[in-house]
Write a protein that binds this ligand. Structure first.
Ligand code: ZN
Ligand code: ZN
Length: 432
């Protein structure tokens, strides 16, 4: 054993040296214009490429993500790196994939060397990081706030448009989470100097708290919460308005945003709150429904407005191609064993067991509408006695137990107050 020690020592030194070289080449690459390096700062995060290996022939034009480094040499990065996005150009006769990288080089890879994209992970866990970032494809990124920071585990979305060679034409951030942890280090490397539009889906504090982290970006515009010196997230929503998004037109129910060449439509869907909007991305055919339709408890401020909005969304998906509805939360509660009443997961719970999938089929719109109508039908003269309802019965075999109004368990309020205190301290700090 003693004789082998120096060899081990040398190997360690060599590893450290190789690591330093790797870091050096990564920092060089970070300054490079190459498009596919845009996601580099997150490449080492395992969640980004923890998806399934592509177990089939690829579809030409399909974006896939590298599972491993290929073809690297030590003097310069001439290969493909783990986490890099490449585009399928075809399939070879022996079943390997032909893929092109940003500079247009074509590579032949085995299917096990890449992960599929445009799919969703089996579970959304972010135990050791403030945000999980999932690349649905290279220009559509899904963020989830760590459950350890907020039991609500908000989802929000960054849509990018590039010119095909990686230079960004524009970026749209749909919501920004609670703002518990600084969002800027996650967003800034992804958008570079591209203009950023931030749109909040409604004036609940868990959807706009991160706006403040982005206000110092060079070219940013906010629709929803305009960050300023005063921060009072709960229960008041300062300076919140999406009027500018709709040109101040009361009657306007939708408005098109151009994010580069990517068309995104905003629709007014009051009900959850009076200022709720949905966003539709025509390119990926995704409809972002936030808290209005999600696999979670539905809170409804205005029931008749909610039903009108549900009808509007149903018409919209009948007239426009939509693959998935993507909401702002997964379940935030669990049924208690004794009375099956739902109670919230506690703040700091880093795991919500058996979470529902994020993506919802279109049938969920009709389901939400039906359940809300049922609650209304059960209501007496005082109106609905429930402010929330769980509507995922067809997906989970869990009894639908509404939360009685006001019905929010006291520990939820305690946790909310604690979070607000933390947020206030953060936002008061000069270090930001
Ligand atoms: Zn909400
Ligand atoms: Zn929410």
């Amino acid at each position: 054993m003693r004789g082998s020690m120096p060899v081990v020592g040398q190997a360690l030194v060599a590893c450290v040296f190789a690591g330093a070289l790797l870091l050096l080449s990564e920092s060089l690459l970070a300054g490079e214009k190459s498009p596919l390096n845009r996601l580099r700062p997150l490449d080492s995060r395992p969640e980004l490429d923890s998806g399934q290996a592509l177990g089939r022939a690829c579809v030409p034009g399909e974006t896939v993500v590298m599972r491993e480094n290929v073809g690297k040499d030590s003097s310069y990065w001439r290969g493909l790196h783990r986490g890099q996005f490449v585009v399928c150009t075809g399939n070879s006769r022996n079943g390997e994939l032909l893929v092109a990288d940003g500079p247009g080089r074509v590579w032949q890879l085995s299917r096990t060397q890449v992960n599929a994209t445009r799919f969703f992970p089996a579970e959304w866990t972010a135990y050791d990081r403030d945000y999980l970032v999932w690349a649905y494809d290279r220009n559509t990124l899904i963020f989830r706030e760590s459950l350890a920071n907020s039991f609500e585990g908000n989802f929000f979305y960054l849509l990018l448009d590039d010119d095909g060679e990686g230079r960004l034409n524009g970026a749209l951030l749909i919501d920004s989470g609670t703002g518990y942890a600084n969002l800027r280090p996650y967003i800034a490397p992804l958008i570079g100097s591209s203009p950023l539009t931030v749109v909040n889906t409604h004036s609940h504090w868990d959807h706009f708290g991160g706006n403040r982290d982005l206000q110092s970006l060079p070219n940013v515009r906010f629709y929803g919460y305009q960050p300023d010196g005063r921060y009072e997230p709960f229960p008041q929503y300062p300076r919140y308005s999406v009027d500018a998004l709709f040109d101040g037109e009361e009657e306007s129910v939708h408005r098109e945003l151009g994010i580069g060449k990517r068309r995104v439509t905003a629709l007014k869907i009051p009900g959850h709150t009076g200022d709720s909007i949905a966003l539709y991305d025509a390119r990926e055919q995704l409809l972002f429904t936030s808290d209005t339709v999600c696999p979670c408890l539905l809170f409804i401020e205005d029931w008749s407005a909610y039903l009108q909005s549900a009808a509007l969304l149903k018409r919209f998906v009948a007239e426009n191609p939509v693959k998935w509805l993507l909401g702002g939360h997964l379940e935030m509660s669990r049924p208690k064993a004794d009375n099956r009443q739902h109670e919230y997961f506690y703040f700091g719970s880093n795991s919500h067991r058996d979470e529902h999938a994020l993506q919802l089929p279109l049938s969920y719109l009709a389901l939400a509408e039906r359940e809300v109508k049922r609650v209304l039908a059960d209501a007496d003269d005082q109106g609905p006695r429930y402010d929330a309802r769980r509507i995922d019965k067809p997906f989970h075999d869990v009894p639908m137990v509404p939360v009685p109004f006001p019905g929010i368990p006291s520990y939820y309020r305690d946790d909310a107050n604690r979070l607000v205190d933390i947020l206030r301290q953060r936002h008061a700090s000069d270090e930001r």
